[in-house]
Design a protein around this ligand. Sequence first.
Ligand SMILES: NC(=O)c1ccc[n+]([C@@H]2O[C@H](COP(=O)([O-])OP(=O)(O)OC[C@H]3O[C@@H](n4cnc5c(N)ncnc54)[C@H](OP(=O)(O)O)[C@@H]3O)[C@@H](O)[C@H]2O)c1
Length: 281
Amino acid sequence: MTHQAFGAAGPAVSVIGQGSWYSEQGDRREAVAAFRRGLDLGLNHIDTAEMYGDGRSEALIGEAIAGRRDEAFLVSKVLPHNASRQGVRAACERSLRHLRTDRLDCYLLHWRGPHPLSETFAAFEALKQEGKILSWGVSNFDEDDLDEALATAGPGKIACNQVLYHLRERAIEHAVIPWCGKHGVAVTAYSPFGHDDFPATGSPQGKLLAEIAAAHGATPRQVALAFLTRQAAVFAIPKAGRVAHVEDNAGALNLPLSDSDLARIDAAFPRGRKPSSLPMI
Ligand SMILES: NC(=O)c1ccc[n+]([C@@H]2O[C@H](COP(=O)([O-])OP(=O)(O)OC[C@H]3O[C@@H](n4cnc5c(N)ncnc54)[C@H](OP(=O)(O)O)[C@@H]3O)[C@@H](O)[C@H]2O)c1
């Protein structure tokens, strides 16, 4: 599967997307080219946030998607301290200006902060009514936060929960993924390569990934992404500032891992016990 519905009623979005944290810090031309190459390869899910480079990552993406807005499923995030009723509107309008677009496909609360969820969600709903955002969701929400969010918003409103998920951090498998599956909420895995902490080639974990990859004519990172997105309604958004990297990541879109592959990865990267709070970076 290369694309699937984003949330209960959302459009088809690429299972592998494109992150953008620190994208403004590398070679700008290469980063713009990487996002465009990603779109060519069907990676339409582009993730950013007002926090990333103080809007400079959004501006870079605005440049990358110029003339191609309709191809992208564009996600941005409001900072918690801006998530008041009026603050959300101002932040969204800034993000739209940086991105040079009239709408976001999905707008997320980056993590929980000082403002009541009822205020933030009311602001999201108002922006949705006006067509400035087409859907909204949350990020870094644990099971109890999701219960509260659902009780506040009502069913069918929350499109997505974006959370930390990589081979060495599988905490969301305990409760968050099942909760989201039950309530039709998309799970977006951020930092799927551990924010540049991918198992080294010569390590036992690295060797296992390389062995499975070789059997499929694939690469270890493709195997990791395929493992993380093995369950329905889970998406992953690796950040790639280079064309070669985005091409590599796109190769995970069509990589069916066998039950035996999944079991070997599961054993090499144990899920561990449910932590007392949801890990985030
Ligand atoms: N909601 C949240 O709180 C939150 C938190 C963290 C991240 N995020 C989102 O999730 C995205 C991804 O997470 P992340 O940026 O933390 O880390 P990541 O995607 O786990 O790792 C990014 C690193 O992997 C490298 N890379 C990517 N593809 C590669 C490939 N095929 N081969 C070799 N290296 C490769 C990148 O290098 P190059 O850049 O040089 O290509 C970069 O150094 C972020 O960019 C952001 O959009 C959200």
